[in-house]
Design a binder for this molecule. Structure first.
Ligand code: 2AM
Length: 170
């Protein structure tokens, strides 16, 4: 199965991203627009892996406290258009811990430098137009292991497990 670890986005964040997608469409961009329920921030891409259990163990070993996540800027990787996230210290720290936890269990993952982004359009036509990304932010309270399957109408992501942020005891 194809696995990755991601942050599920809040409704407010997804609303802002949908507005950005609509702006792109209005500016003439065509392509495969990510469906609202599929908008997410990937923290680590594992890819084909036979067993989710060790990955769930790796996830369970990642401790973090709730942290803010804010949209910041847009860009493209070739014909893939994305909205960026501010690359804050707590975000980079949770990615580092996650990658270390995977590596300790010899679970392979894509080691490319982390570029926090949410894919808005794949196979986009033309150039990325200069649109204004609405501002939006959320608090990350959990990170999830997702399985990705190819469905009839695009990708289907299924949550296999979640690691919650630790909150201070009261
Ligand atoms: P992308 O949106 O930039 O394509 C599921 O495929 C998720 O894992 C997507 O968010 C995808 O990012 C991300 N991902 C990261 N590295 C990947 C890779 N090497 N191959 C496929 N997907 C990757």
């Amino acid at each position: 199965m194809r696995l990755f670890v991601a942050v599920a986005l809040s409704e407010a964040m997804k609303d802002a991203l949908i507005r950005a997608q609509n702006d792109l469409y209005d500016r003439g961009v065509r392509g495969n627009f990510t469906r609202e329920e599929n908008l997410h921030l990937t923290l680590a891409f594992i890819g084909e892996y036979p067993d989710p259990e060790p990955v769930l163990d790796a996830l369970a070993a990642v401790s973090f406290t709730p942290f803010p996540l804010a949209l910041e800027g847009m860009g493209c990787f070739g014909d893939l258009f994305w909205a960026g996230l501010a690359s804050s210290a707590p975000l980079l720290s949770v990615v580092r811990r996650l990658r270390r936890s995977l590596a300790e269990r010899e679970i392979p993952f894509d080691r490319k430098r982390f570029a926090p982004h949410v894919t808005l359009v794949r196979k986009a036509s033309g150039k990325l137009p200069g649109i204004e990304l609405p501002s939006a932010s959320m608090t990350v309270e959990s990170i999830s292991l997702l399985r990705s399957d190819r469905g009839r109408n695009g990708m289907i992501y299924t949550e296999l497990g979640t690691q919650r942020a630790q909150t201070a005891p009261d």
